[in-house]
Design a protein around this ligand. Structure first.
Ligand code: 5RP
Length: 230
């Protein structure tokens, strides 16, 4: 029986195989945040001489990359990236995700938006029929914390301030419990429209392109339905 961490390592190794196909001396790789992304960083570091460097979605991942001797670039120095690799807290069959358990959702969304492909690496516990059992993280400007919490309560959620946590951008996180997310894209838009919200941890307007789902019987590759059969 493989542990959850073994499965995370396997998902990361499967992503590494896909990333190796695009590595060239000028390639920049987008790198996510979390324990699964850490495994990916460790695997990628073995190939550090073969590509230009990485853009990291958090200070934590940037440190890990730098400790491995991988060049860490500012996003402003980079026009495009072939791929962004990151974990998720939940993912559904549309490859819509909830992210931000590690609090890095804003930079994750930004870096992913510049990459041509989002590869999501998860163990099988993260695959859900519908999103929302995992409390939805929302990054909020500190002065708007109470106002945003009231608006979320009107949408049926219970917003809890993540204690003793400040994001890399100097903001706070509200973790929203009890949401029934039926139309994830519409819900993401609705939350994005609340003044004071910096980023919503729903990644549905731009979900993953590929998910590598590590199971006890091997790694399954799922493709976003919007990409069709090609
Ligand atoms: C961090 C994230 C992570 O991808 C998510 O929390 C999953 O983490 P892990 O790989 O440790 O299970 O969104 O903000």
């Amino acid at each position: 029986m493989l542990t959850q961490d073994d499965l995370k390592r396997q998902a990361a190794a499967a992503a590494m195989e896909l990333v190796l196909e695009v590595l060239a001396p000028d390639t920049v790789v987008g790198v996510g945040t979390g324990s699964t992304a850490d495994h990916f960083i460790d695997g990628l570091a073995a190939h550090r001489g073969r590509f230009r460097g990485c853009v990291a979605s958090s200070e934590r991942s940037a440190r890990r990359l730098a400790d491995h001797g991988v060049a860490v670039l500012e996003l402003n120095e980079v026009d495009s990236m072939p791929v962004y690799v990151d974990g998720a807290d939940e993912i559904d069959s549309n490859l819509y995700m909830i992210k931000g358990g590690g609090g890095a959702l804003t930079r994750e969304k930004i870096v992913a938006s510049v990459a041509r492909r989002f590869i999501c690496i998860v163990d099988e516990s993260k695959l859900v029929d519908s999103l929302g059992a995992f409390p939805l993280p929302i990054e909020v400007i500190p002065m708007a914390r109470a106002a945003v919490a009231r608006r979320l309560s009107a949408l049926g959620g219970r917003a809890a301030l993540r204690e003793d946590f400040v994001t890399d951008n100097g903001n706070v996180i509200l973790d929203v419990h009890g949401l029934r997310i039926i139309d994830a894209q519409a819900f993401e838009r609705q939350i994005n429209d609340i003044p004071g919200v910096v980023t919503c941890g729903l990644f549905a307007l731009a979900g993953a392109d590929i998910a590598l789902l590590a199971t006890q019987r091997g790694v399954r590759r799922l493709k976003a339905p919007r990409l069709g059969e090609t």
